[in-house]
Design a protein. Structure first.
Length: 296
């Protein structure tokens, strides 16, 4: 699937753009389902297990930040992850045995859809090794105006920046951190059906959507099967018990099989503790944790 040059680019920079990551038919169905969920949110007045509501949400004007765990809300989100070019990209970058960490459909509404402050995914869920990445499948065209993903190339090879504020994990870096090299930011735009790939340690964020168009990006966060979560990471697995975790592990296999021999690598780790007052989503975590905005 990926060329040798694409693999080298990802290895050097910690991100990649892949065009035509799904078929036109798959893209159409994903978009249809996404807007069906947005329409369903008209009946919701508070965030719940499916919807994260943005400020100004109403039945007349639905505004969401996120549809949670879409692969569990509708089977097509899981089907397309396995039956598209995406698994081949995973295998090229992570090897034959891969698992899904989590999924989310970030839905920035027009006219100010919420920003995601700068962060490294790795800060939220450190593992025994960092063969972890995120796909960002664009369900609508993404340009400079509607809140595109932005990355700082090469940061996947650097340090883990502090994601704490006043001694508490807030899920974002301080934009005044001297290690945050703003002059090196790259903006990732593309046509619907294109997909970004970024390493779990790559520093990234996205500004508010100030356009008059939706910005829908479906994120799949994935990892090599021999990357095992560390106790204390910001993950639901600590609440489900060993038996349920084992069953959950089988459900998250994308390609290959589960690996019972974790690979240990000398990766930088700082546990995401103590947690923010409200850790129900990255948006509430960054807000309740007192993260300073880079987009104010």
């Amino acid at each position: 699937m990926l060329t040798a040059e694409q693999k080298r680019f990802y290895g050097d920079n910690g991100y990649l753009m892949v065009e035509n990551a799904v078929t036109p038919e798959q893209l159409g169905e994903l978009r249809r389902i996404a807007y069906e969920f947005i329409d369903r949110s008209r009946a919701v007045s508070e965030s719940d297990d499916v919807f994260d509501l943005d400020s100004g949400h109403s039945a007349e004007t639905p505004r969401l930040t996120r549809i949670k765990l879409p692969h569990k809300q509708h089977p097509f989100f899981w089907k397309v992850l396995q039956d598209s070019p995406m698994p081949r990209v995973l295998n090229d970058l992570l090897g034959p045995d891969t698992l899904l960490q989590t999924s989310k459909l970030n839905t920035k509404a027009p006219g100010g859809g919420a920003a995601v402050e700068w962060h490294q995914d790795w800060a939220f869920y450190p593992h025994t090794n960092d063969d972890m990445l995120a796909f960002g499948l664009m369900l609508e065209d993404v340009d400079e105006e509607n809140g595109p993903l932005m990355v700082v190339p090469g940061t996947h090879k650097g340090p883990l920046l502090s994601h704490h504020h006043d001694g508490r994990f807030c899920g974002a870096i301080d934009p005044d951190d001297p290690l945050f090299e703003k002059d090196r930011i790259v903006t990732l735009t593309g046509k619907a059906g294109s997909m970004t790939v970024h390493h779990a340690r790559t520093l990234h964020g996205s500004a508010p959507n100030m356009s008059d168009r939706n910005r829908l990006i479906l994120f799949y966060e994935c990892h090599a099967a021999d990357a095992w979560p560390l106790l204390g990471s910001n993950s639901y697995i600590h609440s489900i018990g060993q038996q349920r975790f084992w069953a959950d592990l089988q459900e998250r296999v994308i390609t290959g099989e589960v690996c019972l021999t974790p690979r240990l690598e000398p990766v930088p780790v700082r546990m995401p503790l103590p947690p923010a007052k409200d850790a129900s989503s990255i948006f509430t975590m960054q807000k309740s944790g007192g993260a300073k905005s880079a987009f104010a």
